[in-house]
Design a binder for this molecule. Structure first.
Ligand SMILES: [Zn+2]
Ligand SMILES: [Zn+2]
Length: 157
C-alpha cells in the first residue's frame, strides 16, 4: 500500500506530490499562524524536506523572524493567487510543512496534535483524544512538553 498525496494552490500554478505519510499533522493556534492565514488556526503536515516534489510553478518566500526563537520561518506562497503552500524553517532545515488545505483530499491525513492552544481563539473547540499542547511540542532547548488529552472536545476559552 502506498500513500500518494497530491495538491496545490488555488490557481493550480503550483502543484506537488508526496509519496509518503507525513511525520505529523498539526493544528497550530499560535498568533503567527492566525495572522499568516488570516484565520483561526493553521493545519499543516510536516515532511522531510525532500519528500515533497513540486512542479515548475513559481513559489515565493516571505521571511518572518520568530518572536520566540529568533529564527527565520519562511512562508511559501504562490505569487499569482496568494495561497500559502507551506512553511520552511531555519531552525529545522531538514523539515518542511505543507498546508493541509492545499491537499486535493485533506482528509487523507489525520490531525495528530494541536499546538499553542493557550492562544486559541474564542469559538474554537479542541478535539478529544489527541495531544493538545499549551505551547510548542518542545522547549527551545529541545525538552519535550507535556500535552493534555481531553476525554471530550472542549472549548478553547
Ligand atoms: Zn496559485
Ligand atoms: Zn503556529
Amino acid at each position: 500500500m502506498s500513500l500518494v498525496l497530491e495538491g496545490g494552490c488555488l490557481c493550480a500554478a503550483v502543484r506537488f506530490h508526496i509519496h509518503q505519510a507525513p511525520l505529523r499533522t498539526l493544528v497550530c493556534h499560535c498568533t503567527f499562524c492566525q495572522r499568516m492565514t488570516g484565520s483561526s488556526f493553521y493545519a499543516n503536515s510536516v515532511f522531510p524536506v525532500d519528500a515533497v516534489r513540486f512542479n515548475a510553478g513559481e513559489i515565493r518566500r516571505y521571511e518572518h523572524t520568530s518572536d520566540g526563537s529568533g529564527k527565520k520561518v519562511y512562508v511559501e506562497f504562490c505569487p499569482t493567487c496568494g495561497t500559502t503552500i507551506g512553511l520552511a524553517f531555519e531552525r529545522w532545515p531538514d523539515l518542511r510543512a505543507i498546508s493541509r488545505g492545499c491537499y486535493d483530499n485533506p482528509n487523507a491525513v489525520d490531525i495528530t496534535s494541536n499546538l499553542w492552544t493557550r492562544s486559541a481563539q474564542s469559538g474554537v473547540a479542541l478535539p478529544a483524544g489527541i495531544d493538545c499542547f499549551a505551547t510548542a511540542r518542545s522547549t527551545a532547548e529541545g525538552q519535550p512538553e507535556h500535552p493534555s488529552r481531553y476525554p471530550k472536545p472542549v472549548m478553547a476559552r
